[in-house]
Structure formats: C-alpha cells, structure tokens
Design a binder for this molecule. Structure first.
Ligand code: A3P
Length: 284
C-alpha cells in the first residue's frame, strides 16, 4: 500500500492509519477516566515514547523496574487503539494513558473526572522532519515521497492525525482549567531534571531530588535507545532505513530544510495560527 487513500480511514475528520484503527471507536467514548489518571497528549513525533517512559516513572516514585520490563505501549497505552483497551481497563492506578487525538474526540469522562492532562509540543519544523523519516521506517503509512512533497502533505493535513496546527489549537483551547499543563520537547531536551520537577509538581508526585536525577538519567536519549522495551513492534517497522528513536535533538530541521522550504512551511503555519489567543513558545 502506498497512497494516502489506501492507507487511511477518517474518524471525526481525522486521518488515521487503517492498519491500526480499523476496529472502530465506540469503546473510546465509553472509556471511564478516573480522577487519578494522567493523560499524555501529543501530536505524533513530539516525544510520545519519551513520555511513555517518564510518566510511569514519575507516578511510581522513580522505580525503574516496570520501565525495564514492560513495553512502552503497555506502561502508557494509547486510549484510541481498540487492541489496547483491555490493558487500559486492567491497569493499576494511577494510570498513564496516551492520546494523539484532538480534544473534541475525547470521552465525556475527561470532562466529568479530575484526570490531569500533559500536552507536549514540539517545534513543527522538527515534527515535520521527524515525521518524514518516520514515514520511511514504517509499513503502516503511505510513501512520503520527496521532502518537498511531504511538506505539502503535512501542511494540508494528509498525514496521520491531520494538521499540526489543528491539533495545537484544539488542545490550547481545551477547557480544562488547571487540569492541563503544557510543556515543550525543547524544554525537556534543554533541562530534563527541571522539566521532570515541573511535571512532578503538577502531578503532585512529591519526587525527591534524588529520584528526579535518577529519572532524568534513565530518560536520556541513550538510555531510551538502550532499553529494548521502547521498541516499536516489528510488524509496524521497516527499520533498515532509520531508527524509530532517530536523533533526539532540537533543531534538526536546520540540517534538512532549504530556505525556500523553510519560508513556505513557516508562512503556512503562521497564517493558520494568526489571531489565536495563545502564542507559540518558539519564534517561527
Ligand atoms: P527525532 O526523529 O527527531 O529523533 P514520538 O515518540 O512522539 O514518535 O517522538 C519521536 C521523537 O522523539 C524522535 O525524534 C525521537 O528521537 C525523540 N525522542 C525520544 N526519546 C527521546 C529522548 N530521551 N531525548 C530526546 N528525544 C527523544
């Protein structure tokens, strides 16, 4: 399969890879989120896997046993994947859960519970580049074509989970009061212990300084690569081409986008966010 139409279905207007999401979504609307659940929200290629390791560690006081023995999709499963719904139901509390979906497709229980949300954002230029390489490694998405072609797909939302700008707008406007925290991939790269401290305060984890430092060490890019439990199941990957955890840096777009591509990309993103009440944490 290589074309966009062949590879995707639509849920609430959002394109999703058929291979993963063909089993429907009724179960998602029935999901009972609990008061002590933590929902990680990311647009793909924003550091989801990183947070799938960090969140459970923060919630269990920094004990690394689970992280070194359980796959990422079991410690922090995606709520929108039917195949994982039994894991979500059987998990011990506090649960670390994940979604890539927009706010309007969340179950009613997100509104009625006190579940907390952490939204991780990443500079869209790096999301673009990381997604481009990811498309080359996976068997479940369409062929990305050239980088020029992929820029057009990304900007028009013909990629999994649709437009990056729509995703950001959706969650920036989510009416969750102090139950939602925003953090950036770049902050995490720059100072992981400080980011862990900030998230741990938000989640009331009471982590000691020693646990914060230990958690940061276990979540360095190298430790993440060395942990086989962060690997994506082979079924999804054609990983001779590039690894799933690829470079782990901020600003790799500088190595890939030429000045014309950068100008085209930036002008569309700026235009789509014009007049919004929030500002982006990076200057684009
Ligand atoms: P790159 O392709 O730029 O390297 P997701 O898990 O949402 O798909 O995001 C994957 C991106 O997060 C990849 O970006 C990956 O390398 C990066 N990442 C994962 N763990 C990381 C870590 N510990 N430190 C920095 N980046 C990390």
């Amino acid at each position: 399969m290589s074309s966009f139409e062949d590879n995707y279905l639509h849920y609430g207007g959002i394109p999703l890879p058929k291979e993963v999401y063909s089993e429907g979504f009724t179960f998602l609307q029935e999901l009972n989120l609990k008061d002590d659940d933590v929902l990680l929200v990311t647009y793909p290629r924003t550091g989801t896997t990183w947070m799938q390791q960090l969140l459970p560690l923060m919630l269990n006081g920094g004990d690394v046993t689970q992280v070194l023995t359980t796959p990422n999709w079991k410690r922090a499963p995606w709520v929108e994947i039917k195949k994982l719904s039994h894991i979500v139901e059987q998990m011990a509390s506090p649960r670390s859960l994940v979604t890539h979906l927009p706010f309007n497709l969340m179950p009613r229980s997100l509104h009625t519970s006190k579940a907390k949300v952490i939204y991780v954002m990443r500079n869209p230029r790096d999301v673009l580049v990381s997604s481009y390489f990811f498309h080359q490694t996976t068997n479940v998405l369409d062929n990305p074509g050239t980088l020029d072609e992929f820029i057009d797909k990304f900007l028009s939302g013909r990629v999994m989970f649709g437009k990056w700008t729509d995703h950001v707008k959706s969650w920036r406007h989510a009416e969750l009061g102090d139950r939602i925290m925003f953090i950036t991939y770049e902050e995490m790269v720059q100072d992981l212990p400080a980011s862990i401290r900030q998230m741990s305060d938000f989640l009331c984890c009471n982590l000691s300084e020693e646990a914060i430092q230990k958690t940061a060490e276990h979540n360095s890019f190298k430790s993440m690569i060395d942990n086989p439990f962060n690997e994506v199941p082979k079924f999804y990957l054609n990983s001779d081409k590039a690894s799933f955890l690829r470079k782990g840096i901020a600003g790799d777009w500088k190595n890939h986008l030429n000045s014309e591509q950068l100008a085209r990309f930036t002008s569309v993103i700026r235009k789509e966010l014009q007049g919004e009440s929030f500002s982006l944490p990076w200057s684009l």
